[in-house]
Design a binder for this molecule. Sequence first.
Ligand SMILES: NC(=O)c1ccc[n+]([C@@H]2O[C@H](COP(=O)([O-])OP(=O)(O)OC[C@H]3O[C@@H](n4cnc5c(N)ncnc54)[C@H](OP(=O)(O)O)[C@@H]3O)[C@@H](O)[C@H]2O)c1
Length: 281
Amino acid sequence: MTTSPSGAHTLAGLAGTIVLVGAGKMGGAMLEGWLALGLDPAAVVVADPQPAADVSALAKRGLRINPSPQAVGEAAAVVIAVKPQVAPEVVPTLAPYLGDGTVALSIMAGRTLGFLERALPRPVALVRAMPNTPAAIGRGITVAVPNATVSPGQRVLVHALLSATGAVEWVDDEALMDAVTAVSGSGPAYVFLLAETLARAGAAAGLPEDLAGRLARATVAGSGELLQRSPLDPAALRRNVTSPGGTTAAALDVLMASDGLDPLMRKAVAAATQRSKDLAG
Ligand SMILES: NC(=O)c1ccc[n+]([C@@H]2O[C@H](COP(=O)([O-])OP(=O)(O)OC[C@H]3O[C@@H](n4cnc5c(N)ncnc54)[C@H](OP(=O)(O)O)[C@@H]3O)[C@@H](O)[C@H]2O)c1
């Protein structure tokens, strides 16, 4: 595994095996991203009782599906992408893949490093990560927190594995993961809600419902793309489309009032942060 001159990661030269436990929506998106980064399918083992057809089809290219864990042996990385609810039964079974050089990477929401350290059958280097749904199109953002035993090389490997579905940020303080969950983990739902409420408001302003829906959807998607491509921050982009005394300014006077979007979003993110704390284990 190397970093290309553009800074993008490639997994083409990876030594060792990557075991993916749970190849559902998120695990499947990661797998697709790894292969796009040049990972040899023969370097990947998928453990999933009912893999999707597109995952099963990769067996033709050398991907191993549900082989005997003993035959696989020590992996370079074990990526745990099952639902958090099944973690207590799945994580203790991973022993055959774990050796001195293995790093375990969990993307399970709410499952803490402490839980994983207790559930794993032996002490290993460990990273807890929180991705979000735009990972499905390679445009996610994932926040990762390592335990104390992750080596610099393992961190590079995990960074490359996570960067296959978008941007990656690292934090050292696991307590931040609750707020991370509330902002980027749950955040896509807030943006979809914005598209819904904008459509409803458009219909209330007299537009045919379907037209309002199309306008709202394209506006949220196009603005997101503009934000992605622009070097400007969101406030500068907002100011660029707001003429003093104009229509946008009239709406922003409402949205940016003291009882506008800011206190509402703060309240929403605080509620999600608290819920994440309550659910953590
Ligand atoms: N989706 C997101 O936006 C998102 C965001 C952040 C974090 N996450 C985390 O990502 C993880 C996966 O979520 P997801 O949305 O990808 O769920 P998912 O689509 O249900 O994927 C989980 C996969 O694990 C499989 N599985 C179940 N039991 C297993 C076992 N014993 N051994 C191996 N595989 C098993 C499931 O198979 P069956 O379907 O046959 O049960 C399924 O294919 C969750 O822990 C979630 O918290 C997801």
